[in-house]
Ligand binder design. Structure first.
Ligand SMILES: *[C@@H]1O[C@H](CO)[C@@H](O)[C@H](O)[C@H]1NC(C)=O
Length: 332
């Protein structure tokens, strides 16, 4: 209680001086960096690796430091890594060499003696690996997304029919083009037109959800068929692919992705599997929100989706964010 006025004043002062504060921070940043380097003998990358918590705080710090570096040599290195990700050279066999070279180049530029900084080698290498594996994965996602659904492609057709069987295990689809597709939330009698903007990525997401979490997917499907508060399962699902894709592409999901990678025991690298799981998380949470909002028509989709997106973005803005699938199994 005593602190209330103090808090108020300090918040007010902070607000008043924030432009000044940002300006001072901006001009003093190089000076502070130089001071720290002189006093601790460590460069910014080393301090980030040693002092920040593992996971997103450290990896985001390293990424930021590399991006903002004024050294032309560092920028060339970053461009080289970007190109390697684009050309998909981060593979089980190729990554190790690229990462070793990167760490050695940085040590050379920053005059870090490897003998006395072995931990840096490992920590920095892990960050580099995760940052550029993600960039490579984004290129992969982009090419899956831009692959349109093609009815003459046997694999696409197989996946689509499998989706039906997973979601409607008791009902056989009478023909490939059928009005029954509406039962799982497609718009017309041929789902191929519904994938549009998200291409085959939309189908793969739905398929993964139905295949790996069948109980939950069926439960969500049954919610979507609610007589009063229903929605189109597949159409909403494809829309959530769009959301998941945007959150990964614009970097918002990095907090979750980076924290996830460092909790893994094996090779710390984001993969397609993580994207699919992230999508399942979104679908399950969206369904929960929809149920609590009890919208009377599907016209409210835009409103609820935007509440949902804001909530998710807010959660992801915390560097400690890590989404865990809450599998809701109701016993009815
Ligand atoms: C998903 O819904 C939002 C809001 O209604 C819309 O802006 C967006 O284009 C949709 N995306 C897809 C792929 O349908």
């Amino acid at each position: 209680m005593y602190f209330q006025p103090l808090l108020y004043i300090s918040n007010w002062l902070r607000w008043l001086f924030s432009p000044v504060y940002i300006f001072i921070k901006k001009i003093s940043h190089p000076f502070i960096k130089w001071m720290l380097r002189r006093t601790t003998g460590l460069c910014e990358l080393q301090r980030t690796c040693y002092c920040e918590l593992s996971g997103a705080p450290r990896i985001l710090g390293v990424e930021d430091s590399l991006k903002k570096s004024k050294s032309a040599k560092v920028q060339t290195l970053v461009q080289f890594l970007d190109l390697a990700a684009k050309e998909k050279r981060f593979s089980t066999t190729g990554s190790a060499q690229i990462i070793r070279n990167t760490v050695e180049t940085i040590c050379c530029i920053k005059m870090i003696h490897l003998d006395s900084h072995q931990p840096f080698y490992k920590l920095f290498g892990e960050c580099v690996s995760i940052i550029w594996c993600l960039k490579q994965l984004l290129h992969d996602l982009e090419s899956i997304r831009t692959t349109g659904y093609d009815s003459s492609n046997a694999e696409h057709e197989k996946k689509l029919l499998e989706l039906w069987n997973l979601l409607m295990p008791m009902t056989e689809l009478e023909s490939r083009v059928s009005n029954s597709w509406k039962d799982i939330g497609f718009q017309g009698d041929d789902p191929k037109t519904d994938f549009r903007g998200m291409g085959i990525l939309g189908l793969e997401n739905l398929h993964f959800f139905a295949k790996n979490y069948p109980d939950v997917a069926l439960q969500v499907l049954s919610h979507s068929n609610h007589p009063k508060h229903g929605y189109s399962f597949a159409i909403v699902g494809i829309n959530l692919t769009h959301l998941a894709y945007n959150l990964w592409k614009d970097g918002t999901a990095k907090s979750h992705i980076y924290n996830l990678c460092c909790h893994q025991l094996q090779v710390p690298c984001p993969t397609l599997l993580h994207f699919h799981r992230f999508y399942c998380y979104l679908f399950i949470e969206f369904d929960k929100l929809w149920i609590t909002e009890k919208p009377l028509t599907i016209m409210e989709f835009g409103r609820i989706r935007s509440i949902f997106e804001n909530d998710i973005r807010l959660l992801l803005s915390n560097p400690n964010c890590l989404f865990k699938l809450n599998l809701p199994v109701e016993h009815v």
